[in-house]
Design a protein around this ligand. Sequence first.
Ligand code: FAM
Length: 389
Amino acid sequence: MSGENKVLFEITEAHLDTGLRGFPVSTVFTSEVNPQDGLHYVGYPIADLADLDPEAAVFLLFYKHLPSADELAAFKAELVKRAKVDPRVISLIGGLPKEGHPMEWMIGALNFAGMLCKTGNYREDGLNVVAQMPELVAAIYRARAGWGAPIESKPELGLVENFVHMMGVPGADAAKLTRLMRVFYVLHMDHGGGNLSTFVGKAVASGKSDMYASLGASMAGLYGPLHGRANQECLEFLEKCGTNDADAVEAFVRTELEAGRSIFGFGHAVLRAEDPRAGVQYNLGAELCADDPLFQRAAIMRERAVKVLKSSPKVKNPYPNVDAVSGTLLRACGLTDAEYYTVLFGLARCSGIAAQIVDERLVHRGGKGVAIYRPDDIPVNQPRRRLQA
Ligand code: FAM
């Protein structure tokens, strides 16, 4: 059978209540996650792109080809023009309660920005969000961490360079942090269409909610400890391990697994090999912080946690994922508080989700857009009955 009646996937009862695994939820133009060789952006393996200009990677996801030098210069200039955040958004961020998690602040910040800045055009708002996220995230950091008043934005420095400038991280080596954040940004931008935060963002946008509200919802998805917040949990997990003796690390992992707890930074719903984004970060760590004890512990986990997870028959992928080492690098480069790591993930991921929302709303189905999401459900234990016999 060919054409639109061709059977693409088989769904059985065993798929029910497994979080839509195996159900194709979308067609995607920006990226692909292959179980064996991992993430590709518009066909390019992520490891090839790791040292790209972050703006060039954004351009790739929005326009589906790498920019020429002229296109890149024009795109950077366009992002500079879009970068100014309404000062009312920054002052609203400053009033948020410190008890809130930085991701709760980020969800709030996106909604404040939507209230005050949205144009209602998905492409305009998507590019505006990309340009404005560095200032929003820097404002969250500085206000919540008590680092002082916001530092004036200089968008002409570049997306990541300006972010590091506006952060003004006390005691950090700005050049080292910039090197890390440029790679971190490119690695975290997009990951296919079925991951939780992307799926949620596109689902909300399918009801024609605006870009900012859709991204706010997607960030609520990213906030979960099994998804984006795993980078925070992973750092805490490494600290809890408390040793750099390889056999003791292995014993710790075994104890955690036997107690039914997560081995953070390992496993994946789709990947069946080491995440190439982890490989890039292990190499970057060897360049930036080879002597850092926590980085060394993460390197021991790369071997020993895999060994333990391989011995569990239920774990389908025992290998490191993107979060296995990202936190140790952030900490070694001056961002010491793990609670903030997911907003750094979100800073980058909003670019990919925004690009996918633009495609779904303005490109798919000949420009008509993907229909409002409405998967089916199967009622259980609901026999028909009436209030009165
Ligand atoms: N630690 C402990 N248990 C694990 C595990 C891990 N690293 N990886 C898989 N399992 C368990 C899993 O909970 C499931 O148990 P039940 O059958 O009792 O529910 C079983 O092994 C089969 O799981 P799977 O099919 O191999 O993986 P899933 O698709 O269900 O889950 C993950 C994928 C990522 C949620 C899971 O591997 C996990 O919890 N990893 C630790 C948390 C983490 O590092 N998350 C980051 C993921 C990252 F890519 C991201 O989104 N940022």
